[in-house]
Design a protein around this ligand. Sequence first.
Ligand code: PQQ
Length: 237
Amino acid sequence: MNDAHTSLPTEQPWTREEFEAQLRAKGSGYHIHHPFHVKMNQGQLRPDQIRTWVANRFYYQIRIPQKDAAVMANCPDREIRRRWIHRMLDHDGYGENEGGIEAWAELGVAVGIPREDLWSLKQLAPGVRFAVDAYVNFARQAPWQEAVCSSLTEMFAPRIHKDRLANWPQHYPWIEAEGFNYFRSRISLAERDVEHGLQVTLDHFTTKAAQLRALEILQFKLDVLWSMLDAIEKANP
Ligand SMILES: O=C(O)c1cc(C(=O)O)c2c(n1)C(=O)C(=O)c1cc(C(=O)O)[nH]c1-2
């Protein structure tokens, strides 16, 4: 094991601010820097490659509420559950709100994927299924605070959604504008989610060893997202 990930029981923990800065520094490994994502944002992907990305990312979208249900199922704290349940509703929708999964399906239509094709998962690459399932299984099996910590890649998500909104319309004028609603909707939701996720993480991981564990968990989640893009890139070079 790397020295950076071990600590003596007596070692001083980072302060709350230092710990948050360490978590945020993990952004250097976010999938925004993956070569496939860089190409996507620079307008270098063919329409069929955009479709491969949208079809595969759909699997992440439909599994996220199950991941959040696992966090809820493992969490005995009513106050946490009262806030966490919004994540499931955001994606599944409720009442008149169609939700994020539907917004992603509209992105699918906007890039030329018929709904039945998207829902059939026939384009799903095995590596994407594997990576996303690893995330859901982690949330099922880990203590709920660890699962909360693993959601903190969302700290880096508002930037990625804003970049897509800024760049896609000019690079990919063939995509119908309604397709971008998902990205727009996630900016404020991600900010709200991160505020709560960070609060739980900063409150729970208070020894140095625990703080180092939190960084490992965040790395695991960064690896999930990175592996998804590796598999997507390979599925349609
Ligand atoms: O488009 C992206 O790059 C991206 C990344 C992430 C992320 O960092 O996990 C999420 C999302 N989008 C997203 O839309 C979303 O709803 C979401 C929920 C979660 C989570 O871990 O609970 N991550 C993400």
